[in-house]
Design a protein around this ligand. Structure first.
Ligand code: 13P
Length: 369
């Protein structure tokens, strides 16, 4: 049997469904956080949080996809806005004994894996990620066991238990160099869970890969036709695409990159208009760095649940000022990870960090992008 037809015989497990009900629940929780504040309520909350951060020896680390309010607060209070990996690294370098991770669950877990001596709290511990949900540790472990000849590479958007079973962890910013490195060593790759990022790195490297069929509910929605039409209105616009988007969208990109990579691309002094295919929380940083430029959301289909055409990640949107204040007051929502899982999960994360250092790959610069 040829290698290709052998591959076609390989059956992936049935993945848990991301149902409309699940999305509606996340959107309903998010709505409690995003409901308009009066100016007085907002100021009161911000003052309270800043005071509590100091009292609790805590620092706020927020992902680029969180609300403008949270990103601004992280900056103003001596915290940090970054991608998940840099959120964890910053937490490690910062002297605070408590890390408040505004993001989704796997980010809190990664912070804890790298900083076991610190208390890691999240505004809402139920904030998750469709990629993480679509890759349960038991299914992943069984699949790896069935294909021991493959090196397993998992995206950062996975649980600690999945990372504990993986050979490598990658972020979107370092996936290509690591897969190229494995290709040079003639290794075959079992990739999980994002099929679009997986097929992008496969197309770029030609490596022999088994690709788990998960996807991000946000990036999955971008539509190539819509982008083509928008390009007619804005012919000078550059198209910036996160590689979790479908291949036909990636094909239209002027720049394909991680959140950090896309923010950097938006700094190009020769370009003033951008069509951006990623979660729109990223516009906060893009507009802050280039206030005069035009940033347009790439057209999309529409998420299920109650949100008609919404590119905001419903789980990221569960982070707000109200639950942040509450967590600081109560100490609730602490991330805990069983020590044997944490120690095992640290191995592939450390492998990625060591690779980045050896190859002098900047996964993310310190600073604004
Ligand atoms: P980055 O690593 O590019 O920040 O991506 C994070 C993410 O979760 C994208 O959906």
């Amino acid at each position: 049997m040829s290698v290709q037809s052998e591959k076609e015989q390989i059956k992936f497990p049935e993945l848990p469904l991301i149902t409309e009900d699940l999305l509606s629940k996340a959107q309903a929780s998010a709505a409690c956080q995003t409901a308009e504040y009066t100016l007085a309520e907002r100021k009161e909350l911000l003052d309270k949080i800043k005071k509590l951060l100091k009292q609790q020896d805590a620092v706020l680390v927020a992902h680029y996809y969180t609300s403008d309010d949270l990103q601004q607060l992280a900056e103003e209070s001596g915290g940090y806005v970054a991608d998940s990996l840099e959120m964890a690294r910053f937490g490690h370098d910062h002297p605070a004994s408590t890390l408040i991770v505004a993001g989704v669950r796997f980010m809190g877990e990664t912070a804890k894996i790298l900083n076991p001596e610190k208390r890691v709290l999240m505004p809402d511990i139920e904030a998750t990620c469709s990629l993480d949900l679509e890759c349960p540790a038991d299914l992943f472990t069984d699949f790896c066991d069935a294909h021991p000849e493959y090196t397993s590479v998992v995206y950062a958007n996975t649980s600690a238990a999945v990372k504990a079973r993986a050979d490598w962890v990658v972020t979107s910013g370092i996936a290509l160099p690591i897969i190229k490195h494995l290709a040079e060593r003639n290794e075959k790759v079992l990739w999980a869970p994002d099929r679009h990022l997986g097929s992008y790195v496969q197309r770029e490297t030609g490596v022999d890969m088994l690709i788990w069929p998960g996807s991000c509910v946000i990036h999955e929605q971008f539509k190539a036709d819509g982008i083509r039409n928008l390009k007619k209105e804005y012919p000078k616009a550059q198209v910036l695409v996160h590689p979790e988007s479908p291949a036909e969208v990636v094909d239209l990109a002027d720049v394909v990159g991680s959140t950090t990579g896309l923010i950097k691309a938006s700094l190009n002094p020769e370009v003033n208009e951008f069509i951006v295919a990623t979660e729109p929380g990223i516009f906060y940083k893009m507009k802050q760095a280039s206030p005069g430029k035009i940033f347009l959301e790439a057209p999309s289909g529409g998420l299920g649940g109650t949100c008609e055409s919404c590119l905001r990640c419903p789980w990221m949107a569960m982070n707000g000022l109200r639950n942040l204040a509450e967590v600081l007051e109560t100490g609730a929502n602490e991330i805990t990870i069983e020590e044997d899982i944490r120690v095992k999960a640290l191995v592939p994360i450390q492998r990625m960090l060591d690779f980045a250092r050896e190859q002098q790959i900047v996964v993310k610069d310190k600073g604004n992008a």
